[in-house]
Design a binder for this molecule. Structure first.
Ligand SMILES: NC(=O)C1=CN([C@@H]2O[C@H](COP(=O)(O)OP(=O)(O)OC[C@H]3O[C@@H](n4cnc5c(N)ncnc54)[C@H](O)[C@@H]3O)[C@@H](O)[C@H]2O)C=CC1
Ligand SMILES: O=C(O)C(=O)COP(=O)(O)O
Length: 527
């Protein structure tokens, strides 16, 4: 088996490359390339490990003919075109906690740097000025810290600020009142935060809702003398409006670790009194970089080598405990999706995935994704579990998941029903011995079969002599039958024949089969 190839395209702790190699991957570390160079190179790789400098655009993804996974050694993935990655079936994963403490500490460091004007006092002193009377600071004790965003990093900042005897108020629409109480902070709306905070620190991702959350209008609502820290993402603050607010003295100080355009080699803010900045250093400590490098390499290698999925942003995660239980179900689900897609392919408008018995105890998302991947393999050669839900949505397919806790005839059952122009069509399967996928029903007719390799599906009128005739036809055509499965709605009614074949069936033999008396449908299937 050829080894998966991984490109590390941003500066990363050496532990990452070591782990990749240990886990059986080949690694190249090539940083600082232009987008064109990356586009020219990316086709050679199965995995791409990045931080914030590499921009994984649609153009990069279009050229990434072998790429299976992008791993972000860090948190923010706004430098990755996730919809384009999903459409291509590329898993995008990050390391959501490895650098949170470090980034929170940077925010606290910047709060102190602002409170005591540390950078300016340092520069003045080293210039031999000894300006003891120029640098009058403020205490943070007793002051109100306004958190915009109280997720992982925001809550660590809150805990540190409480330790510094600050009062913490937070604006975060997803923060529950109970969680706020647990954290010892007060949940407020944005206007209240702006009016009350002596220090404001931002800890949200950059989204359409958070872009320019501190715009000119909101900056005007802040308390005079406020100090503002942004260690989250450039674009959360309107930089021109911030410059004006610093110049007017309304904002007493601002510290930015992140900029709208990075690298920020020029900015109207540079040189403004009471303005401090760092070059996106929030995550830059030895500890955090070791954490994220180890984690991203473990996660990516796990996916490339074993198919394990952790911290994926565009695919349901499969934990180490869940994976062994879910894998056989995913195999079953993919086969059922594929079967229903091959048998009922016109005008699919909706699909429902029902799980019953033991299957109902499991995470339904990977099962659904596997059904959709199996279904859509009939339309696309690049579909997989990552892009299948995305492609289904794009096609306007209405997807429903239904869970029945009851146990039926089988201890576990997955049923896939599609809505077509001819009505609903349903297939169902179970696991034998909890591992072996087995079809148990096609369109309301009980039939037991493995779905494997080349198969022939025939619907005919249940009448004596048919089995002999089809056997003769296949035999005379040099096609050996591997397994033979029969089912019927009722005696003399509609019957289903499902055969596994040792070699694919030709169009000519299919046409002959269609001519046999009583035959309604003949389809060649492949799994
Ligand atoms: N400067 C640096 O080097 C680093 C920056 N970061 C950035 O810090 C940010 C926060 O990271 P985490 O705390 O790990 O993320 P998180 O996802 O744990 O927390 C984000 C919080 O923002 C809240 N939020 C979302 N939309 C909001 C809105 N419209 N208004 C108010 N709150 C909103 C969410 O509810 C969530 O609680 C991310 O953008 C990340 O990329 C992270 C690490 C290092
Ligand atoms: O993890 C994040 O979101 C960060 O912003 C850290 O960025 P970096 O890995 O230092 O380029």
């Amino acid at each position: 088996m050829t080894k998966p190839r991984v490109l590390i395209s941003d500066k990363m702790d050496p532990n990452a490359a070591a782990i990749f190699r240990e886990r059986g991957c080949e690694v190249d570390e090539i940083t600082g390339e232009t987008p064109e160079q990356l586009i020219a190179r990316i086709g050679d790789y199965d995995g791409l490990a990045i931080r914030s400098s590499t921009k994984v655009t649609k153009a990069v993804l279009d050229a990434a003919t072998n790429l299976k996974v992008i791993g972000r050694a860090g948190i923010g993935v706004d430098n990755v075109d996730i919809p384009a990655a999903s459409a291509k079936g590329v898993v995008v994963m990050n390391t959501p906690f490895g650098n949170s403490i470090t980034t929170a500490e940077h925010a606290i460091a910047l709060i102190f740097a602002l409170a005591r004007q540390l950078p300016e006092a340092d520069a003045s002193t080293q210039a031999g000025k000894w300006e003891k009377n120029r640098f009058m600071g403020v205490e943070v004790t007793g002051k109100t810290l306004g958190l915009i965003g109280a997720g992982n990093i925001g809550s660590i900042v809150a805990s540190r600020a409480l330790g510094l005897r600050m009062k913490v108020v937070a604006f975060d629409p997803f923060l529950t009142p109970e969680r706020a109480v647990e954290m010892g902070i007060e949940k407020v709306d944005l206007d209240a935060l702006l009016a009350r905070a002596d220090f404001i620190t931002l800890h949200t991702p950059l989204t359409d809702q958070t872009r320019n959350i501190l715009n000119r209008e909101n900056l005007a609502k802040t308390k005079k003398g406020v100090r503002i820290v942004n260690c989250a993402r450039g674009g959360l603050i309107d930089e021109a409006a911030l410059k004006d607010a610093l110049d007017s003295g309304h904002v007493a100080g601002a510290a930015l670790d992140v900029f709208e355009t990075e690298p920020a080699k020029a900015s109207p803010l540079f040189g403004t009194p009471n303005f401090i900045c760092t070059p996106h250093l929030g995550a830059s400590t030895n500890e955090a970089q070791v954490n994220v490098a180890l984690q991203v390499a473990e996660q990516m290698a796990d996916y490339l080598v074993n198919g394990g999925v952790t911290n994926a942003l565009n695919m349901p995660s499969l934990s180490a405990e869940e994976a062994p239980k879910l894998r056989p179900y995913m195999a079953l689900a993919e086969k059922l999706g594929s079967l229903v897609g091959q048998l009922a392919h016109d005008n699919l408008t909706k699909i429902s995935i029902e799980v019953e018995g033991a299957a109902a105890q499991l995470n339904p998302k990977p099962i659904t994704a596997a059904v959709l991947a199996g279904l859509m393999k009939n339309y696309s050669q690049t579909v997989n579990m990552v892009n299948a839900p995305f492609l289904a949505r794009e096609r306007g397919l209405d997807v429903r998941e239904v869970r029945h806790d009851r146990e039926g005839v089988y201890h576990t059952l997955v049923r896939v029903t599609v809505g077509t122009s001819q009505g609903e069509r349903s297939v169902a399967g179970t696991l034998f011995g909890n591992t072996q996928p087995r079809l148990v029903e096609i369109f309301g007719i009980g039939i037991e079969a493995d779905l494997e390799g080349d198969m022939l599906y025939i619907v005919n009128e249940d009448a004596p002599g048919f089995i002999g005739r089809i056997g003769t036809l296949l035999g005379e055509s040099g096609i050996n039958i591997g397994t033979f499965h029969l089912g019927r709605r009722n005696a003399g009614g509609e019957a289903v024949l499902l055969l596994s074949l040792d070699n694919p069936i030709s169009q000519g033999v299919m046409a002959e089969a269609c001519k046999l008396p009583g035959v309604k449908t003949v389809k060649a299937l492949a799994f």
